[in-house]
Design a protein around this ligand. Structure first.
Ligand code: NZQ
Ligand code: ZN
Length: 386
């Protein structure tokens, strides 16, 4: 096991009816900017719950943060923060609203010229405006981590940012919000969380038995409750296990002391930036090809995953590892997710070369757990995913 530091300061308030607790968590005398998306919260009752819980506070609203939070829209919110002397941000939404809020928390205190630099120059956020979240869509883990991904339509870029200043002060997780989520988004959530675990697990054995078993238990739980949630989003037992699994998949715990990959996300973000494909679906497109391409380097963990997750116990390491990749692809397909890029766009020719060029230009020349995956390798993987 590798050495590690672990600190996660986010307070989680989990369970039915917990949105009412907002009033206990918001700082007194705060001037709050409540941020949300395209309006789902107005149709499912979450807006009313938040309004009621914040009724004693001074709250300004900013709505319209789109899926894949867009820089131009966020810059409008930044103007509101400055003009209204906002002191606390409250995100009410899924990963997009929460990530957009993280960008704003950082940009509000940024002293450089143009806040886009936080993303292009990878400026770590050590200090930010404090913010809390009310999670409406389990998927990304953004409610308990310090990362964010922001899109800029103008340049067709989607870039990450983060830093110790970007943990939410608190996050309210009420599994009942799942009732109104369309099945496409539920499937996305299961797939995203599952792939987050894979990115932190599918590397090479590192003697971290407990981290492996944390990771495996999250995948097993997602496999068990995923179909139940899809079948009946008001099944509270399934919903609560699904929600907590998504948070645990990316709150930092399972990556401590182990090598991590994250190349699937790096490639996937480009597919969203270029074609607007849902984040989770880009991961399902890239992951099978990524594991096939990197088979030799990953086969021991793939075989362990085959045995412990999919009960593939017969045959050689190579056989089990290969069957596990097929089984993973089947899992995505069974939920209705296409795992080939050509199913999402007719314009896919040239995508692999374009991503090679982008990674080369950005100096992303060594991805993966061995920092050995070159832009030319990335081009091959993306081609395998056509
Ligand atoms: O905008 P509204 O009207 O609210 O509708 C949203 C949106 O259209 C809807 N929705 C959310 N909660 C709902 C609901 N509809 C009905 N009932 C509810 N309770 O769902 C749609 C998708 O929402 P979005 O927030 O975009 O989804 P998700 O949570 O999957 O977030 C995706 C974003 O997070 C980033 C992705 O790249 C993408 O931009 N990620 C963030 C990460 C992080 N910060 O750690 C890690 C991830 O790997 C990921 O990259
Ligand atoms: Zn993800």
């Amino acid at each position: 096991m590798r050495n590690f530091d672990f600190k996660n300061p986010t307070k989680i308030i989990f369970g039915k009816g917990q949105i009412a607790k907002l009033k206990e968590e918001l700082p007194e005398n705060a001037k709050i900017l409540m941020l949300y998306g395209g309006g789902s919260i107005k149709r499912n009752g979450i807006y009313e719950q938040v309004k009621e819980a914040t009724s004693g506070f001074e709250v300004v609203e900013f709505s319209g943060i789109p899926a894949n939070p867009e820089y131009e829209v966020l810059m409008k919110a930044l103007k509101v923060i400055k003009e209204e002397n906002i002191t606390f941000l409250l995100a009410v939404g899924g990963g997009s609203v929460i990530d957009g809020t993280k960008f704003l928390a950082s940009a509000a205190l940024y002293e450089g010229e143009e806040p886009w630099e936080i993303l292009t120059q990878k400026v770590p956020t050590t200090k930010a405006m404090p913010f809390g979240t009310v999670l409406t869509l389990p998927a990304t883990g953004s409610e308990m981590n310090s990362g964010a991904v922001i899109t800029r339509e103008e340049t067709k870029e989607k870039l990450g940012m983060g830093g110790p200043g970007l943990f939410p002060v608190f996050s309210i997780l009420d599994p009942e919000v799942i009732k109104s989520i369309p099945s496409r988004q539920l499937v996305n959530g299961i797939t995203d969380a599952f792939t987050h675990v894979l990115e932190q697990y599918m590397t090479y054995p590192s003697g971290a038995y407990l981290q492996d078993r944390f990771a495996e238990s999250i995948m097993q739980t997602l496999i068990e409750v995923g179909p139940k949630v899809l079948n009946d989003p008001s099944d509270y037992t399934a919903a609560s296990n699904f929600m907590w699994s998504c948070t645990m998949a990316l709150n930092g715990l399972i990556q401590k002391g182990v090598p991590t990959d994250w190349a699937v996300h790096a490639m996937g973000h480009e597919l969203t930036a270029l074609y607007g494909i849902d984040h989770a679906r880009t991961l399902a497109v890239i992951a099978p090809s990524h594991y096939r391409f990197n088979f030799e380097a990953k086969k021991e963990k793939l075989a362990q995953y085959a045995e412990r997750i999919w009960n593939i116990t017969e045959g050689s390491v190579d056989h089990k590892a290969s069957a596990a990749i097929d089984r993973t692809e089947e899992f995505f397909n069974q939920m209705g997710i296409d795992t080939k890029l050509s199913a999402y766009t007719e314009d896919y020719h040239g995508t692999a070369e374009e991503i090679n060029k982008r990674f080369t230009d950005r100096g992303w020349t060594g991805l993966g757990e061995h920092q050995s995956l070159t832009p030319a390798n990335v081009e091959e993987i993306v081609k395998m995913a056509y």
